[in-house]
Ligand binder design. Structure first.
Ligand code: MLT
Length: 326
């Protein structure tokens, strides 16, 4: 028969053990102050626009402001490195994407972070189909003429992108390798500024995420030859798919997602993930994302585990496609 003293001792050690699984006080009432969301590209580009639409709703849910900080350079890897090194207290997050958390791995042999080892996946925000775009007065009328033209003028044409390893760079690297051309690359701090140059006719073409192109296509200020997905996008019913336009080999869809520094507590990740999911179910958020051509993640793709799998699969997919930067 256990004595009262030893029974009390057993209870105390049980409570002590349970205490090890208790949520840290810092996570229990998280967030208690402003959160910084790093966007690795210039304001006005696809990652900035998607991040602002979703984090505005997340901020409402959490009852704390979220400040967007645009940190540019090196195809988004400068900012992503900074985010990887930030305190893992839930107050510094980054909106990464197929470039920062996949394409950069093969393109930067000395990348200062690893997308899988140095981050906690929080939530996928939006899939972003890629379009082949050109300045309004670029001579080719359709994709077939575009292919012939850029092959015949390979040393003269130029392609805008947001830096080595960015989505616009990686997806046009795929296109250029399919067409076996090496155009001059014109880097910008994001495809927001790159789109301004395209509209101004200062660059010839670009592979960009749909959310950046829809307003310009609808305004008639640029040309869209095709969308690189199996189906046409509801926001651009008149833009053919690459398959319809004669280049089925070019399939490309990027994505944007929230990441936190490695070691951020599971309770904080769960709080942020729940708020992101709530934003993706909000009708106004959905309306704005959908009218820009985004693909809103299905429920099964909204968990941190699903994002971790996506990052792993995307690194595996893009590594054989892209050559290390020379
Ligand atoms: C941006 O927001 O500027 C783009 O995501 C950059 C890119 O092409 O990766």
């Amino acid at each position: 028969m256990m004595s009262i003293r030893s029974l009390a001792g057993a209870c105390l050690s049980a409570f002590a053990a349970l205490g090890a699984f208790a949520v840290p006080a810092s996570a229990q009432n998280y967030p208690t102050r402003t959160i910084t969301m790093i966007v690795p590209f210039a304001a006005g580009g696809p990652t900035d626009v998607i991040s602002r639409i979703v984090t505005a709703h997340i901020a409402q849910t959490l009852g704390q402001s979220i400040v967007i900080e645009n940190v540019v350079g090196a195809g988004g890897t400068t900012a992503t490195t900074r985010a990887a090194r930030a305190a893992n207290d839930g107050y510094t997050l980054v909106t990464g994407h197929m470039g920062t958390h996949a394409a950069s791995v093969p393109l930067y042999p000395k990348l200062a972070y690893h997308p899988e080892k140095d981050f906690e996946p929080v939530a996928l925000l939006a899939g972003t189909p890629i379009l082949i775009l050109a300045r309004k007065d670029f001579p080719p009328k359709d994709l077939k003429e575009f292919i012939a033209y850029v092959k015949a003028n390979a040393e003269k044409v130029n392609a805008a992108h947001a830096g080595i390893g960015s989505v616009s760079h990686a997806s046009c690297e795929l296109l250029n390798s399919i067409l076996d051309i090496k155009p001059v690359g014109v880097p910008f701090n994001g495809t927001g500024p790159a789109m301004n140059a395209l509209v101004a006719g200062q660059v010839d073409y670009m592979c960009d995420q749909i959310v950046n192109a829809v307003p310009q296509i609808n305004a008639g200020t640029i040309k869209a030859y095709a969308v690189a997905t199996p189906e046409r996008n509801p926001s651009l019913p008149n833009v053919p798919t690459t398959t319809e336009a004669g280049l089925p080999a070019f399939q490309a869809q990027a994505w944007n997602a929230i990441f936190a520094p490695k070691g951020t507590s599971p309770a904080i990740i769960a709080t942020l993930n729940a708020a992101a999911i709530k934003a993706l179910d909000d009708e106004n958020v959905r309306k704005r994302l959908l009218e820009l051509g985004s693909v809103i993640p299905a429920s099964a793709n909204r968990t941190p585990e699903a994002l971790a799998t996506l990052v792993k699969n995307e690194i595996a997919k893009w590594t054989p496609v892209l050559k290390p930067a020379t």
